[in-house]
Design a protein around this ligand. Structure first.
Ligand code: NAD
Length: 277
């Protein structure tokens, strides 16, 4: 099957599909079925994490799919209590065993846990893990501007991505500008506001949905793609997976994109990264 999903070339030359499927809060017992549905719907980029407890289900679905390894892009993340180098090396081996893979495509530090002052050590561990061939690309998640600068200053190596909360009510303009300066690509978690906001009732989103004959969720996801974000919305239901993947038959105008960007209220649905330790 051919896919309309564009790829983005990261700062290390690795290509990532701009649209994928996330499995936060997907029940481990249901993960194999749900990821199988996602692969059938056409997704080839899966975003999981050690802490989600569902890497085995992701691996089972991949094995069952019969897809070639190089057709898939798999991300997982190092949990907060494994930042010390020895522990991080053991953690990637555990994740790979659960996923049934020899390498992942992208490995991220999940949170910087600033109170522990060990995010530079975690980043150094990720660089070693890449060197060992266990991941093709390395990046971070939930890092703020000063922390990104610190990683680059300490190691001379720039993360390929920073995966942060980002949606129309929290559009992270300052951080995105800093990413651009450093050559980091922005991955948006909670791209639909985790369904916790009334995003789908906001004027510019509803109007664009009506104008293009699509759903508000499709408008929000299309907005992400057009402002350059990498996204991996989550859904347990096949029809929403199909809906969230069907983003390439319409284009928002510059005015529509700008009107959605103006919905920013600097409002998070998730934790502030300073508070996760
Ligand atoms: P999301 O914004 O993708 O929201 C998912 C929820 O939105 C669903 O549970 C459903 O209720 C609703 N939804 C999905 N499709 C819809 C549709 N078409 N119409 C109406 N409602 C719809 O939130 P998320 O799952 O938190 O974020 C996506 C992915 O980001 C996660 O699965 C995970 O992979 C990643 N993530 C990372 C972090 C991090 O700290 N790095 C944190 C949270 C999530």
């Amino acid at each position: 099957m051919t896919s309309d999903v564009p790829t983005i070339t990261l700062n290390d030359g690795i290509e990532i599909p701009q649209l994928g499927f996330g499995v936060f809060k997907v029940d481990p017992a249901e993960t194999e079925r749900i990821v199988t549905d996602a692969l059938e719907a056409g997704y080839r980029h899966i975003d999981t994490a050690a802490i989600y407890g569902n890497e085995e289900g992701v691996g089972a679905a991949i094995a069952k799919s019969g897809l070639a390894r190089d057709e898939l892009f798999v991300t997982t993340k190092l949990w907060n209590d494994r930042h010390q180098k020895d522990s991080a090396h053991a953690a990637i081996d555990e994740s790979l065993a659960k996923l049934g893979l020899e390498h992942v495509d992208l490995y991220l530090t999940h949170w910087p846990t600033p109170a522990k002052k060990d995010y530079v050590e975690a980043w150094e561990a990720l660089l070693e893990i890449k060197e060992a061939g266990k991941t093709r690309s390395v990046g971070v998640s939930n890092h703020q501007i000063a922390q990104l600068d610190e990683l680059v200053a300490a190691t001379g190596q720039t993360p390929s991505v920073n995966q942060v909360e980002l949606h129309p009510a929290f559009s992270q303009l300052e951080l995105r500008i800093h990413h651009q300066k450093l050559g980091i690509h922005t991955e948006a978690w909670g791209p639909l506001g985790q369904g916790k906001y009334d995003l789908f009732d906001r004027g510019p989103i509803v109007e664009a949905a009506e104008a293009h004959g699509v759903t508000p969720a499709q408008v929000v996801l299309r907005w992400h793609l057009q402002i350059g974000n990498i996204v991996f919305p989550k859904s347990n239901s096949k029809h929403r997976m199909v809906e969230n993947f069907d983003l390439f038959g319409f284009e928002l105008s510059a005015g529509e994109t700008a009107a959605i960007s103006l919905l920013d209220e600097n409002k998070r649905v998730g934790s502030h990264p300073d508070d996760v330790n």
